[in-house]
Design a protein around this ligand. Sequence first.
Ligand code: HXC
Length: 269
Amino acid sequence: MTTTTIEPKPMTTDEPLILTETDGHVAIIRINRPKVLNALNPALMTMMAEQMEAYDRDDDIYVIVLAGSERAFAAGADIADMAEQSTISMYKRDQFATWERIKKIKKPIVAAVSGFALGGGCELMMHCDVIICSETAQIGQPEINLGVMPGAGGTQRLTRAVGKALAMDVILTGRFLSAQEALDHGLVSRVVPPEHFFTEAMQVAKEMAKKGPIALRLAKEGVLKAHEMSLSEGLEYERKLFYTLFATEDQKEGMRAFVEKRKPEFKGK
Ligand code: HXC
């Protein structure tokens, strides 16, 4: 039997792993490893988490858009990087701590998904709040083909999104869902023609950025709790978030603007 050692592709310094820009109150993060279909390695994930946290702290940013390329949102965790790892080395590198940081981002994240969203790419997509998907998207958890299984939440989030029967089908066979199937089963928010996936995501983000940023954050928190709490606990939690918003200037502005028949000007206060 011959064994081959698989070397991760070298990173060159002139190719940033992520690209960032802002447009008004919207920040855009693009995954940038086109040669490997945006495979997610630990350095990229750390950079992404750091950038998201920076935007989370930035009062001028209300919404984050996370995008890949037309060909791939992300085709999974970097297989070459993982191929020779052991249980202990994986345990020690604790890469899921980085994913936990992304999970804790308070501002809404809009995913702009085109092409492959597989394995860790699908799991990253499911960390986002509103998912705008090109008709070309191919979504799946094909880790089973590699002798492993999802590790960044796939068995949990996919099951909660689409139900046990379809989650088992996708995870145990490794088959890809089309964008339409993903939409039909509540995994993604909207499906649009390929040429519009990014502009639609930006439009959604800009629409959200017109709202009060504190209300956006608390509303996101409320929806996410629906997956973690019983109905009674969740309703109680929601009420507390709702009451909290009456301590904000944005609540006064939003309701007064309605009564005065004008557009509100939210300030995030
Ligand atoms: C590393 C990858 C990659 C990945 C693609 N590439 N996916 N490299 N990790 N996840 C590289 C290929 O090796 C190839 O490099 C280049 O990207 C283009 O890919 P091709 O295979 O030539 O393209 P195509 O024939 O169009 O097939 C596309 C594909 C296929 C169906 C997406 O690449 C594929 O099956 N990729 C792996 C998908 C996967 O199993 N994902 C789950 C990973 S495990 P070269 O050098 O040959 O051009 C995972 C665990 C998550 O995500 C755990 C939590 C972090």
